[in-house]
Design a binder for this molecule. Structure first.
Ligand SMILES: C=CC1=C(C)c2cc3[nH]c(cc4nc(cc5[nH]c(cc1n2)c(C)c5CCC(=O)O)C(CCC(=O)O)=C4C)c(C)c3C=C
Ligand code: FES
Ligand code: FE2
Length: 408
């Protein structure tokens, strides 16, 4: 089995087959949204000889406190995330150097580093194992991780994929809701690297650009909420306020026409529908950085205000990021919940390695491959106030790639 799962000569993520059987075995859930395994003769995109690379795109995080400086410096140099104008080359490193000690302290408080790499590698590996079973016509599916600001960097992964002989790749965003500052930035980076290192277009790319209301995503969020609600007494349970918390955006990005706020709201609505709207809820926004205006209401202020109003049973649900990270482990757990000192203020678990979530990831990739590698039409529509040439060229590149991927 192992030799089948490890394509010879590949140096992508090692494939753990140990948990394969438990994940591959359909549960009631996989019956619901992993309906049937593909017929190898169906009309879906097949990659005849060397399978399909599944590339998990995300921002990444520093693995140790020593990596915080480089992480922040890449982050503040990213014009798609933080445009600082013509002086970015100087301001980016300056701001990141000044910010490093504070953020190093935060990472040391959560165990010395971000767990995002561990979780993303596990999710990638296990989703690929499952995908081999439910969509054999594009197998073997080889997992890769491509982070924007931390190791493994997108640049190293793309070069690795080229040397591994990859010819067909799915860029699979790990942000369920699309923002030009997150998924858009990663896609701009993939486009830039493809142009630089792959001028002959060895790799045909397609893109999974968003999945804010996938039934498996909704199900796993709903279950984690139900599990947390079960820890309240029956008399309190229906009065717990659900506070869905997402990373905020600067108002300049919102007003440019970024789709993220609407897509986060769509996830919240779908989860509430699944929960039959039994509890009152709000969508609130966290992790503002710097002095400019950001989308609110802010999570921290909301908690304070509700406590002042006597509402002390609050369940925080991180809704725009699938793994634990500094914003859940430090900002929510230590700063907001810790400081509030109220036993009724709690947080729902992140999705991390939940098998329902892994099935959702595999199902999203299966649907994409069955659908000839199509992205949503949203990917090709620029924000009304976008002036970025990178966005324009990225979208033209992926539109062309989609046509070619569909033909392979
Ligand atoms: C969906 C998630 C995220 C969006 C949207 C997002 C937008 C966004 N972020 C910044 C600035 C910073 N973000 C930082 C850290 C950080 N951001 C996210 C997620 C989203 N950001 C996560 C998960 C993390 C932490 C990663 C981890 O290791 O756990 C930071 C660095 C930390 C700090 O200095 O406070 C900055 C800066 C902007 C400007 C922005 C939208 C334009
Ligand atoms: S900023 Fe949204 S498409 Fe360019
Ligand atoms: Fe951020």
């Amino acid at each position: 089995m192992a030799s089948l799962l490890f394509p010879t000569g590949r140096t992508a993520l090692p494939r753990a087959s140990a948990r394969l059987s438990s994940l591959a075995r359909p549960s009631y859930l996989s019956r619901r949204f992993l309906a049937t395994a593909s017929d190898p003769n169906d009309g879906s995109t097949s990659s005849s000889n060397n399978g399909t690379a599944i590339v998990m795109l995300n921002m990444g995080g520093p693995g140790t406190t020593d990596e915080v400086g480089d992480f922040l410096s890449r982050l503040f140099m990213d014009k798609d995330l933080i445009p600082l104008g013509p002086l970015q080359k100087y301001l980016g490193p300056l701001i990141s150097r000044r910010r490093t000690p504070k953020i190093q302290h935060q990472y040391s408080e959560i165990g010395g580093g971000s767990p995002i790499r561990k979780w993303t590698e596990l999710q990638a590996r296990e989703a690929c194992n499952l995908l081999d079973h439910i969509h054999p016509s594009t197998a073997p599916h080889t997992p890769y991780v491509a982070f924007r600001y931390a190791s493994p960097l997108t640049e190293d992964t793309v070069r690795q994929m080229l040397s591994d002989g990859v010819t067909r790749a799915v860029a699979f965003t790990q942000y369920p809701q699309y923002s030009c500052s997150t998924t858009g930035s990663s896609l701009n980076e993939v486009w830039r690297l493809a142009k630089k290192y792959d001028p002959t277009n060895q790799i045909k790319w397609s893109v999974i650009d968003r999945w804010p209301t996938h039934p498996g995503l909704v199900e796993v969020f709903a279950r984690h909420i139900e599990e947390s609600l079960a820890t309240y007494s029956p008399s309190e349970r229906e009065e717990v306020v659900l506070l869905f918390s997402a990373h905020s955006l600067p108002m300049s990005v919102v007003n440019r026409g970024d789709p993220y706020p609407a897509e986060v709201a769509a996830t919240v609505w779908a989860v509430m529908q699944r929960l039959k709207f039994k509890n009152p809820y709000r969508l609130v926004w966290q992790s503002q950085v710097g002095p400019s205006a950001w989308l609110g209401a802010q999570t921290a202020t909301t908690v304070e205000e509700y406590v002042k109003k006597g509402q002390t049973n609050l369940l925080l649900i991180p809704i725009a990021f699938t793994s634990d990270h500094i914003e859940t482990l430090y900002e929510l757990d230590l700063e907001i919940i810790g400081d509030a000192k109220q036993p009724g203020i709690k947080r729902a678990e992140s999705l991390n390695g939940d098998p329902i979530f892994i099935r959702a990831l595999a199902d999203i990739a299966k649907n994409h491959l069955e659908n000839a590698g199509r992205s949503t039409p949203q990917l090709y529509l620029r924000c009304p106030k976008c002036t970025s040439e990178r966005c324009r060229e990225q979208k033209a590149f992926f539109r062309q790639q989609q046509t070619e991927a569909a033909a392979t």
